[in-house]
Design a protein around this ligand. Sequence first.
Ligand code: 13P
Length: 341
Amino acid sequence: MNLTELNRIATAMVAPGKGILAADESSGTIKKRFDAIGVESTEENRRDYREMLFRSKDAMSQYISGVILYDETIWQNAKDGTPLIKLIEQSGAIPGIKVDEGTQGLPMCPGELVTVGLDKLAERLKKYYERGARFAKWRAVIDIGSDIPSMTAISVNAHALARYAALCQAAQIVPIVEPEVLMDGDHDIDRCYEVTQRVLNTTFQELRVQRVALEGMVLKPNMAISGKKCPKQASVEEVAEKTIRLLKACVPAAVPGIAFLSGGQSDEQATAHLNAMHKLGSLPWGLTFSYGRALQAAPQKAWSGRPENVAAGQRAFSHRARMNGLASKGEWQSSLEQKAA
Ligand code: 13P
C-alpha cells in the first residue's frame, strides 16, 4: 500500500470548492428516478443520462472532484465510443466505484439490514483499479425506530465497512466509508445525533481494529438532522452547529475529508446546511458534498429523457454543482439560487 498516494487522492476528493457526484444508483434505484420523469430505464437511456452529466464541462472541471459510478457505468461507452470513465478523467475528476452489493435483512434483528458484498471483493477491486477507479464506496444503512438500531446492527455494519476499507487500501483504492443513519423517521435531531454518534464511534473503533489507515480514507456521513416526519424541524443553524459538534467529537483529524450524503434533503437545504457549517470557522478535515439526489433531481427533471433537453439538463446540473461548490467554501447565498438559468 502506498499511503502517500492514497492520502493525495483522498485530499483531492475533498478539495475546497469541489465535491463528489454520487451517480452510482443501482439499477433498481435509477429505475425509480426515471419512473418519476417518465423515462424507461433501458441500458441506453441510463448511458445517455450519465453521459449528459459527465459531458457538463463547466460543472465537471470546476466543481466536481470525483464521480461514484455503478458497475454497469464503469464498463459503458459514450455514444461516440469513448469509455464513460475517460470522459470523467478528461474533465479532471477522479473516477470511483460503488462496490457494495446492497443490503439484506439481518438475522435475529427484525427490521434491520446489513450491507453485503465482501465475497470476491479483492478480485473485483483489482479489475476496477485496472479500469481506472481510484476510490470506492460502501454504504451501510442504519434505521431509527422506537427500539432500533440495535447494537448488533451497528456492530456488524461497522465490521463490514472496515473489512471493505482494508481491502480497498490493500488494492490502492481510497475507501469512502459511508455509515448512513436514515432520516426517514419521526425522530428529532437529538435522537439522530445520539444514534449517529454511536454509529461513528463504533465504525472508527472497527477501522482501528482492522488497521485501516485513516489518512487514506474519506468519511461519508449523514448530517445531524430531524427525521423527515418529525413535527419539529431543526433550523439550518441548528443542523450545522450540531453536525459539526458531532463530527469533531467522533472523527479523528487524521481523516483527510468528510463528504456528506444528501439522504432525502431538498436540493437547497443540502446546500444551505453545508454552507452554514463552513460559516462556523475552521475545521480539522476537508468538508464537502457527495450528493446523489441533491445534485441530480434538477437535471433529471430538465432532461426528462429528451435529446433536445440535454443542454437544459447540463445547465441544471452545472447550477447545482456550482451552488454546492460555493457552499463547500461557505460562499453560497440563497439569492444566487434565483439567478439560475
Ligand atoms: P443521496 O445524496 O441521494 O443520499 O445519495 C448519496 C449516496 O451516494 C448514497 O449512498
